[in-house]
Ligand binder design. Structure first.
Ligand code: DP6
Length: 328
């Protein structure tokens, strides 16, 4: 145990954006989704987390960009660390996680996903565990459902599974990140933390009168997205990305209480991109926030970039990225 206790490990995990959204949990404790989802990792948006196990204090600790997260707010990260502690036989030891994001947190840019993935990989390795990629996705999922998808590289599908213990719920890569040369722009409409977390939003949405209709439609999106990507057919991909996004946000508006993640400025951008997408291989999406993610094919990249500059908002330009790696 003494050599493990000083083993510092740093992992880097990329944020991901869902093309077919995860929304709704069949098990809220284990973060098991109702249906499959599909995402791409974002190369230039990442979290780096250093983990070290020691005996100095009985409590686990997490800092994010220098902010010490209060113990009662560790929430599902705590569950993930408890699982690692039990697997590695580290009872009585605590984990200290120091995390930094190179992009604004809690704005719908999926910092919870990259945070969960980086913490899972760093904490497991620092505990001396050698886990498969599938097991790492299951660990990350305990902290954040979408976090499972930031572990594998490139184009990633999360499988909902049916087992109550989540043993068949995991994520894996469908295609490597170089597979299809798409450009991604994350337009920062609002960098303030979001008011309603995804977990709360999902619960409120289950009270919408349209929940069953939403489920019936949304569970088809991962297959449709996978098929579009397999064929590299951008118009099919655009169709499913727009359906998945619009259905989630329309459902949120009918939740109890109503949730409006989209701001007037996001709507202006969405309307513009939807109009363009009739003639040009471009599409857009939002997670549970007001920032808009625009995706386009290489051939129209300069044209789309000019449009984005014209919105006059800060943006991050990136491509499809790799999986979580140990960097130190
Ligand atoms: C809209 O993974 O943040 O971004 O499992 O409660 O941590 P928890 O939720 P989270 O939800 C992500 C929702 C989404 C869609 C997606 O990424 O698939």
């Amino acid at each position: 145990m003494s050599d493990r206790k000083e083993k510092k490990v740093t992992a880097r995990a990329h944020a991901n954006i869902a093309l077919a959204k995860y929304w709704g949990k069949r098990d809220e404790t284990l973060n098991l989704p109702f249906f499959d989802s599909l995402s791409i990792n974002l190369e230039d948006l990442y979290t780096e987390t250093t983990a070290v196990w020691n005996e100095e204090d009985p409590r686990d600790a997490l800092s994010i960009n220098g902010w010490e997260v209060p113990a009662h707010k560790l929430g599902r990260i705590q569950k993930m660390l408890d699982t690692i502690r039990a697997k590695a036989g580290l009872e009585g030891m605590r984990c200290v996680l120091t995390s930094r994001n190179n992009f604004p947190v809690s704005t719908g840019l999926a910092s919870s996903a990259s945070g969960a993935a980086a913490a899972a990989v760093a904490a497991a390795a620092s505990a001396g565990l050698s886990l498969t990629e599938r097991e790492l996705t299951q660990l990350a999922r305990l902290a954040s459902g979408s976090g499972a998808r930031s572990i594998p590289s490139g184009w990633v599908r999360a499988y909902a599974g049916t087992e109550p213990d989540g043993s068949d719920c995991y994520a894996s890569s469908l295609f490597p990140h170089q597979y299809w040369n798409l450009h991604v722009f994350a337009i920062l409409v609002d960098t303030k933390p979001k008011r309603i977390s995804s977990a709360e939003g999902m619960i409120a949405c289950q009270k919408s009168p349209f929940w069953n209709a939403y489920m019936a439609s949304a569970k088809m999106h991962a297959d449709a997205a996978q098929n579009a990507i397999f064929q590299k057919d951008f118009s099919l991909l655009r169709e499913v990305v727009h359906a998945s996004t619009s259905q989630l946000h329309a459902l949120a508006a009918t939740a109890s209480p109503s949730i409006f993640y989209i701001s007037p400025k996001s709507l202006e951008i969405i309307e513009h991109i939807h109009r363009q997408s009739q003639a040009v291989p471009v599409c857009c999406t939002l997670d549970a926030g007001s920032n808009v993610i625009v995706i386009c094919e290489d051939v129209v990249y300069p044209f789309v970039k000019n449009d984005i500059i014209a919105f006059g908002l800060p943006y991050i330009q990136t491509k499809v990225g790799g999986g979580t790696t140990i960097i130190n």
